[in-house]
Design a protein around this ligand. Structure first.
Ligand SMILES: *[C@@H]1O[C@H](CO)[C@@H](O)[C@H](O)[C@H]1NC(C)=O
Ligand SMILES: *[C@@H]1O[C@H](CO)[C@@H](O)[C@H](O)[C@H]1NC(C)=O
Ligand SMILES: *[C@@H]1O[C@H](CO)[C@@H](O)[C@H](O)[C@H]1NC(C)=O
Ligand SMILES: *[C@@H]1O[C@H](CO)[C@@H](O)[C@H](O)[C@H]1NC(C)=O
Ligand SMILES: *[C@@H]1O[C@H](CO)[C@@H](O)[C@H](O)[C@H]1NC(C)=O
Length: 439
């Protein structure tokens, strides 16, 4: 017995030594575990480089660090990401997006029918689960997890290309409110893409990890995630290295596209005042929307932006020849105007913040760190609203679009620690984190 113990002791010592020497003299190994953020509108993949201690969010051939969560079926191919999104206009009924809203979820027939009405593709009810009907040269159905698997496969390939090694293991994030079934189906999507999932972690926890908050002395972390269409606020409580979700609240009808819509309504009204009619060609409406969206993005950095688009307009005299020469519409939008147009929407952000504080039995002074996630949290007025409410600055050093993937990649790095020393050093936070993710 004593002999066995001392032998185990020597083996551990040898492993430590090998790890120590290895770390000193060998180049760091390539990461083999990837971190995946399978988002509703965009997806990203990242890895943790043990040598530099840095996260690398993997870019595609054109340097883009996220891919649209779209999958398109053509006669000959199944495309994912940008190539799929590019087909959304020409192949709308076979280009599936928003699949995450359906994955692993049971619907009653009416709810599913309502959902279906929002999309140009066909969502059908398979005994309470959503499926998508595809018609190329034949008609078939695919599941939301199949759509997810094509996106995950695309990201796996991007990672393999970048790292130059095969990748079979991953950590993946899911919304904190996903139930066990939604988590299981997300894992199934990854399995279909040939990936073994070592851990499923909550998106807000990942965002907190992106800021290294798992390593520092904080107790209460508030995560505000404001994306294109939804707001999610989570209150995390850290106890001995373990994050617990104490409260969640949100608004699934508030996000960046609502702010764009307000600006679009305003510019459309300006067009009407100036030219006596509003854009009616689908392409013109589309172009105006894109210009307004670009102006909105610019206004996060610049005090003003210009919307400039050629439009084909009806006027009283020329209704019969709508395609005559276009007029040039121009308008300068100031940041102040943008804020006035959206102030009531911005104020709505505080409601779920107050709810999670109340449910978590905390005063706002008790919140140690505030983490912002999602592109819309770049809007200066929104940042100010939050910092005024708490009387402190939110943490903004990580790109809000990449905070989740950054945190998932850090977790992947922890799971993939291939050096003996790192394995033993990291064992403890692992055990804690496992509890967190299913709380
Ligand atoms: C439909 O779902 C119910 C429970 O959700 C299950 O009991 C039943 O077996 C399912 N039927 C089919 C045909 O899959
Ligand atoms: C559909 O068309 C493609 C290309 O024309 C062909 O390769 C494929 O076999 C066809 N599939 C069916 C089911 O007809
Ligand atoms: C999820 O998966 C686990 C493990 O495969 C299984 O035990 C559990 O019953 C599943 N839960 C649901 C709700 O599907
Ligand atoms: C946004 O800013 C860039 C450079 O800062 C400029 O080239 C572009 O025209 C601007 N777009 C709008 C809509 O203001
Ligand atoms: C951001 O988070 C880090 C912890 O990693 C902390 O040291 C820093 O003070 C925070 N910044 C702000 C503005 O809260």
């Amino acid at each position: 017995m004593a002999g066995e113990v001392s032998m185990i002791g020597s083996v551990i010592l040898a492993l430590f030594l090998a790890g120590y020497l290895g770390q000193q003299y060998l180049p760091p190994p390539k990461p083999r575990v990837i971190g995946l953020d399978l988002g509703t509108t965009f997806c990203s993949v990242g890895v943790f480089h043990p040598g530099s201690g840095q996260v690398e969010v993997i870019a595609d051939e054109e340097g883009r660090k996220s891919i649209p969560s779209a999958v398109s079926f053509t006669l000959t191919e199944v495309l994912a990401g940008h190539q799929a999104a590019d087909l959304a206009d020409s192949n709308p009924q076979n280009t599936i997006y928003d699949a995450k809203r359906f994955i692993g979820k049971k619907f009653d027939p009416d709810a599913l029918e309502q959902e279906s009405a929002r999309y140009p593709f066909k969502v059908i009810n398979n005994n309470g689960s959503a499926e998508f009907e595809i018609s190329t040269n034949h008609t078939f159905t695919v599941s939301p997890e199949f759509i997810g698997s094509r996106l995950l496969l695309k990201m796996r390939k991007m990672a393999e290309l970048q790292l130059g090694v095969p990748v079979q293991k991953a950590v993946i994030s899911v919304p904190a409110e996903f139930d066990e079934r939604q988590r299981n189906y997300t894992v199934r999507a990854a399995n279909l893409a040939g990936l073994e999932i070592l851990r499923v972690i909550n998106e807000p926890t990942a965002a907190a990890m992106a800021y290294g908050l798992h390593k520092v002395d904080v107790f209460n972390v508030l995560v505000v995630d404001l994306g294109g269409g939804t707001l999610d606020v989570s209150l995390l409580n850290k106890q001995g290295g373990m994050f617990l979700t104490r409260a969640m609240a949100g608004n699934n009808k508030l996000g960046g596209q609502d702010f764009t819509q307000r600006l679009l309504q305003y510019t459309t009204e300006r067009v009407r005042q100036e030219f006596g009619s509003t854009p009616f060609l689908k392409e013109d409406v589309q172009r105006l929307r894109q210009a307004v969206e670009a102006a909105k993005l610019n206004l996060t950095i610049h005090p003003s932006a210009t919307v400039r688009v050629p439009l084909h307009l009806h006027s009283a005299e020329q209704t019969d020849s709508p395609k005559r020469s276009p007029v040039l519409f121009q308008a300068v939008i100031t940041r102040q105007l943008f804020e006035e147009l959206n102030e009531d929407l911005f104020q709505k952000i505080l409601a779920p913040v107050k709810t999670v504080l109340a449910e978590g039995h905390l005063e706002k002074e008790d919140v140690d760190e505030i983490v912002l996630v999602g592109g819309s949290t770049r809007i200066p007025r929104i940042r100010k609203l939050i910092s005024d409410f708490f009387g402190k600055e939110p943490n903004t050093s990580v790109d809000p679009d990449l905070a989740v993937v950054t945190g998932v990649a850090i977790q992947a790095g922890i799971m993939g620690g291939s050096w003996p020393l790192q394995v033993s050093a990291i064992e403890i936070p692992n055990r804690h984190l496992r509890k967190t993710n299913f709380s």
